[in-house]
Design a binder for this molecule. Structure first.
Ligand SMILES: *Cc1c(COP(=O)(O)O)cnc(C)c1O
Length: 372
């Protein structure tokens, strides 16, 4: 039988591994010159907007909420179909999470339902670009602007994606990216936040490290409550090596996605009842290739049968509002029916840089067998 094909796997090249060795030998292994270099390159990539790095793509969003002054009594609207981080950060700052159901085709937040969820207490929106697919960004920012809301884009999966040719991150309000191990480019763990101005950068730097500011040569001062969120030079070195590959990585993923569509064929959806992702190749970075399974097969059965064929399948994501923590806040079944259906039946097929077209074909054959 073929070797196990995981649903995701990072590729770190030998030059990067060697450079990590150099950093480890250098005597400076925490935040230092590599972090500054990585932040500079990221800022150039995002059209010159200010960027700071952190040790996750979760704290980036928490810090953005804090910079925006969002806390107790404020409502923040997001999607139920995301990693728990997206809603957890709203609770972390003491604000109230509000969900709006998703669009069944894009699997991202439905913009009409988003607008309907806005109340006088709404202060911010956290949209998520599931699988790397942006929203209709013109329509989205028109809503945010009309209602004077701050935006923290959860672009954790969307590095390399564009909207009408403009990079996600190069425009908009706060934009948060993750460099966790499975993301299109990784630092093992890490993230970055794109901001609007120097005042926000100064606050981000404080929140990143215990609220500390330097005053003079030998003094420090603490005037806000910060945490410990800095990226290390070890992580930044991995990030620099990955970042150099980003155009290849994105192009290769787009090719793999196209090959998935070609291999499934035009009749796949009508024959099996499964749903493919929206077939858009030029702008999405294809972080994930996700199917929504027909109701006649459970996800657990599908995943087990794919595993029998030595193929790993991921699950992104369970509806957040149905977790115990959120049920305790009053959320329950039936509130967001599309998210509940998609959340029950969605699976992520193998999609990573080191994969080839034969891996895609093997996966498609297995999916067709399992759904036959
Ligand atoms: C990965 C991810 C996060 C969290 O990023 P971490 O770096 O793991 O903290 C948040 N939201 C989405 C949509 C993600 O995919």
């Amino acid at each position: 039988m073929n070797a196990f094909l995981p649903f995701s796997k990072p590729t770190i090249d030998e030059a990067t591994i060697a450079e990590v060795g150099n950093v480890l030998r250098s005597g400076w292994i925490t935040s230092g010159p590599k972090v500054l270099q990585f932040e500079k390159l990221l800022s150039e990539y995002f059209g010159g907007r200010p960027v700071r790095t952190f040790n996750s793509g979760t704290c980036t969003m928490e810090i953005a909420l804090r910079i925006a002054g969002i806390g107790a009594g404020d409502e923040v609207i997001t999607t139920p179909i995301s990693w728990p981080a997206t809603a957890n950060v709203i609770l972390q700052v003491g604000a109230t999470p509000v969900f709006a159901d998703i669009d069944p085709l894009t699997r991202n937040i439905d913009l009409d339902k988003l607008e309907a969820a806005i109340t006088p207490r709404t202060k911010a929106i956290i949209p998520v670009y599931l699988a790397g697919k942006p929203l209709d960004m013109d329509k989205f920012y028109a809503i945010a602007t009309k209602h004077k809301l701050r935006v923290i884009e959860d672009a954790a999966q969307a590095i390399g994606s564009t909207w009408k040719g403009k990079r996600i991150g190069a425009f908009g309000d706060f934009v948060s990216f993750s460099f966790q191990a499975n993301k299109n480019i990784t630092t093992s763990e890490g993230g970055c936040l794109v901001m609007n101005n120097d005042d926000e950068v100064r606050l981000a730097e404080k929140y990143r490290l215990q609220g500390v500011t330097r005053s003079g040569w030998d003094g420090i001062e603490v005037d806000v409550l910060g945490g410990k969120f800095n990226m290390t030079d070890i992580a930044a070195t991995i990030g620099l090596g990955q970042f150099a590959q980003i155009e290849h990585i994105t192009a290769h993923r787009r090719q793999l996605a196209q090959h998935y569509f070609a291999s499934f064929g035009a009749d796949f959806e009508t024959q099996t009842g499964a749903q493919l992702p929206p077939p858009e190749f030029a702008e999405t970075n294809w972080h994930l290739f996700q199917l929504v399974l027909p109701e006649r097969i459970s996800r657990a059965e599908f995943m087990a049968k794919m595993k029998d064929r030595n193929i790993g399948v991921g699950y992104h994501y369970a509806p957040i509002h149905l977790f115990k923590l959120y049920r305790a806040l009053g959320f329950k079944e039936g509130m967001f029916p599309i998210a509940e259906h998609v959340g029950k039946q969605i699976v992520s097929l193998p999609m990573f840089y080191a994969m080839n077209e034969a891996d895609v074909e093997r996966t498609v054959k297995a999916v067709r067998e399992v759904l036959a």
